[in-house]
Design a protein around this ligand. Structure first.
Ligand code: NAD
Length: 470
């Protein structure tokens, strides 16, 4: 064992929860160590948000090329998806961003150690390096942001070759002819659109009665319609009981006795929380049913000086939630603040084709709460910019409370949905009424105008909509 080092704060996990926490703590003047056994940047940078967006950029470019004649471009275009180059481009983007975060650590004086961390007590952490050597570090403060990993199914485990998880599929070297996706949630849907555009036959098997079970119904229907229109087969209420690899194929056995055969399978049935092996039993930190770290609304575990953030604490597994929790935990821990997060105002973004994004209550959840609501809608096809760019599929749906006109929810399917949802997030975070959106001028021509027009539609006053019969 080497010398005992001491820090004001030790952050475990350099993902999208941990690394902003470490930087914020350093900005607040703390001496900070961040420890990670894997790549800096965690899932988001290396195996999630960013690499999938690199793939999506290829997919969008390709889809655009199929419409060349629509844009007045003629001639032969012979495009072929080269998965090796697509993966290399993704790796380059990821590596640049990882280096960027490591540069930020240096710039802010955050020490980074590549080791596996386990608590010996609530103030002592043992680091184990890949060569087997150990080190013990001490601190009065820790933030745990150890994230999550792809889940397997009972009896069906990813083998990295035929049965892939969301990490494996980002590193394949040949495109399968037929890909079966188990789980039509967020990850399954994003990969379905991407690989379909690259020429892969896709069958999705979903256990629930519809794909995207947690999205607003209208928006999910629009995306599901688009899935089917692009030639993806979606089978709901379908349970897979067993997988069998036969030669170069995989057979999936369904509970109705049917067999579905493909070349590769993607398992996208949720994620498990990474808290095993952390020595949390030596700290007094409590774990919940999913092995998530139990925290209060200030992100404290209740054990003095021990805070946690991101997927490790359960809840919605979104990168921007982890980010916000990381910096909030750092402020609460080091400045003695009592900051909380308004989870109702956090948007979600789905990189389907077209994109979808939501914030606040869905129509169903608002009605279930017994709220009296009004709804405004605006279709993309009525938007000048969407026409000019041939991106007319989609709509904005705005939900407000009758009487107060407070914005309760916004749900968008359509081009740039993931960007323009910020208008809804600002309104909900600040408790604004719909008039705040109506009165704020959206530049023309932009997709943001669709949000403004959907808001006007609540009062039947959208300019670019025909007169409504009352
Ligand atoms: P998910 O929970 O979104 O979807 C899993 C799907 O698998 C569900 O529809 C579920 O009903 C289905 N399922 C579960 N068991 C099944 C079975 N035996 N057979 C068939 N279907 C089954 O999980 P995910 O798509 O794996 O994503 C994991 C997490 O990562 C989610 O919390 C997600 O929000 C997050 N994520 C977010 C983004 C984004 O924000 N754009 C992108 C990727 C992942």
């Amino acid at each position: 064992m080497s010398d005992l080092s001491s820090y004001n704060l030790v952050v475990i996990g350099a993902g999208i929860g941990g690394y902003p926490a470490a930087i914020r703590a350093a900005q607040l003047g703390a001496s900070v160590l961040i420890v990670d056994k894997g790549e800096t940047g965690g899932t988001c940078l290396n195996r999630g948000c960013i690499p999938t967006k690199a793939f999506k950029a290829t997919s969008d470019t390709l889809l655009r090329m199929h419409k060349l004649d629509e844009f007045g471009l003629s001639g032969e275009v012979n495009v072929k998806a080269d998965i090796k180059t697509i993966v290399q481009r993704k790796n380059r983007i990821v590596s640049e961003l990882v280096k960027g975060v490591e540069f930020l650590f240096k710039s802010h004086g955050v020490a980074l150690k590549k080791a596996s961390a386990a608590f010996l007590s609530k103030n002592r952490l043992q680091l184990t390096y890949s060569d087997g050597t150990h080190e013990i570090v001490e601190s009065k403060r820790f933030i745990i942001g150890t994230g999550s990993s792809p889940a397997d199914l009972p009896g069906i485990r990813a083998d990295g070759k035929f049965i892939l998880d969301s990490t494996d599929i980002l590193n394949i070297d040949t495109l399968p002819k037929r890909l079966i996706i188990i789980g039509a949630g967020v990850i399954g849907t994003e990969f379905a659109f991407i690989f379909k555009s690259l020429g892969v036959d896709i069958v999705m098997l979903e256990i629930m009665s519809r794909a995207l079970p947690t999205e607003d119904e209208d928006i999910a229907s629009l995306i599901i319609r688009s899935l089917k229109k692009s030639g993806i087969t979606l089978r709901t209420e379908t349970r897979v009981t067993q997988a069998e690899i036969r030669g170069q194929e995989v057979n999936l056995y369904l509970d109705n006795g049917e067999v579905v055969t493909g070349d590769r399978v993607l398992l996208s049935v949720g994620r498990t929380i990474n808290t095993d092996g952390l020595g949390l039993e030596n700290t007094g930190v409590k774990l919940g049913k999913r092995k998530e770290i139990v925290v209060d609304k200030f992100l404290s575990t209740g054990v003095d000086g021990l805070y946690a953030c991101g997927d490790a604490i359960g809840g919605k597994m979104l990168a921007h939630i982890a980010y916000r929790e990381g910096i909030t935990a750092a402020s609460n821990l080091l400045e003695g603040k009592k900051l909380t997060i308004n989870y109702d105002a956090i948007p979600s973004a789905l990189y389907s084709t077209p994109e979808a994004a939501s914030v606040g209550l869905t129509e169903k959840s608002a009605r279930e709460k017994g709220l009296n609501i009004k709804i405004g809608r605006f279709p993309y096809r009525a938007l000048g910019k969407a026409r000019a760019f041939s991106q007319t599929e989609g709509e904005v749906k705005v939900i407000v409370e009758s009487g107060t006109d407070k914005v309760l929810g916004m749900h968008i399917a359509g081009a740039h949905a993931t960007d323009i949802i910020a208008q809804g997030a600002i309104a909900i975070q600040n408790g604004l009424t719909i008039q705040s959106i109506i009165n704020t001028v959206a530049a023309h021509p932009t997709y943001s105008e669709a949000v403004m027009e959907a808001s006007e539609d609540i009062f039947s006053r959208a300019i670019h909509q025909p007169k409504k019969s009352r």
